[in-house]
Design a protein around this ligand. Structure first.
Ligand SMILES: [Zn+2]
Length: 187
C-alpha cells in the first residue's frame, strides 16, 4: 500500500472531486483520553501544517509538520508522543460540503524528527446524481475493497462490494459518476 507524507495526504484529498471545494485537515482520535474531543482542525500553510493541541487550562502543545521533508517541530516532544499515542491520533480530511472524507492509519513519530509515513485507512465520497439519487462510495484500503451504495429519494438502496476504487482512480466528477453507474448496471 502506498505510504504518504502529510503533504501527500493533503494533496490526495483536495480539492474535493465532487464539489470542487478545498478540504480541511484535522487530527481525529480513535480513543478518548481525558477530553471529549472528536477532532482538532489544522491550519495548512504553504510550508507547514499546524495543529494547536492545547488541552486543559495550562497545557500548551503545538505541532508543526513541514511539507518539504515531513519533519515536525513541537514545544514538548515527550508530551506530544504521549498525546498522539494515548488518543490513537490519525489524519483526516473533509470538504466543507460534506461530500468527501478521508482518514489515515494512526500517526506516529520517528526519533529522527520526522512524522512516520501513513497509509490510507478509509475514504467516503457522496455523489449526488440528480433526481434525489445519491451514490455513496466507501473505500477500505486495508481490505482492498470499496462498497458502493446507491440510494434514491424514497430510500431504496442497492449495495455492491467492488474492488478498491480510491479517489485518484477517477479523472473528474463525470468520470466518477460514469464508472459508478457502470458498476451499478453490470455489477
Ligand atoms: Zn465536496
Amino acid at each position: 500500500m502506498r505510504r504518504l507524507t502529510v503533504k501527500d495526504f493533503i494533496e490526495y484529498s483536495a480539492p474535493c472531486l465532487i464539489c470542487g471545494k478545498p478540504s480541511s485537515i484535522g487530527l481525529g482520535f480513535d480513543a478518548e483520553y481525558n477530553a471529549p474531543l472528536i477532532s482538532i482542525k489544522g491550519s495548512v500553510g504553504t510550508n507547514f501544517t499546524y495543529f494547536d493541541l492545547k488541552y486543559g487550562y495550562t497545557t500548551d502543545l503545538k505541532l508543526y509538520i513541514f511539507h518539504r521533508d515531513n519533519k515536525f517541530l513541537t514545544n514538548d516532544k515527550r508530551r506530544l508522543e504521549e498525546y498522539l499515542n494515548a488518543r490513537k491520533s490519525y489524519l483526516r480530511a473533509y470538504c466543507s460540503s460534506g461530500c468527501s472524507q478521508f482518514a489515515t492509519q494512526s500517526l506516529s513519530l520517528h526519533s529522527s524528527g520526522q512524522v512516520a509515513l501513513v497509509s490510507m485507512r478509509w475514504e467516503r465520497l457522496i455523489v449526488p446524481v440528480g433526481d434525489g439519487n445519491n451514490y455513496y462510495l466507501t473505500s477500505y484500503f486495508g481490505e482492498n475493497k470499496s462498497v458502493l451504495d446507491s440510494r434514491n429519494l424514497v430510500g431504496e438502496t442497492q449495495t455492491l462490494e467492488i474492488p478498491l476504487l480510491p479517489r485518484d482512480s477517477f479523472r473528474d466528477r463525470a468520470h466518477l459518476i460514469d464508472k459508478l453507474r457502470t458498476y451499478l448496471l453490470y455489477g
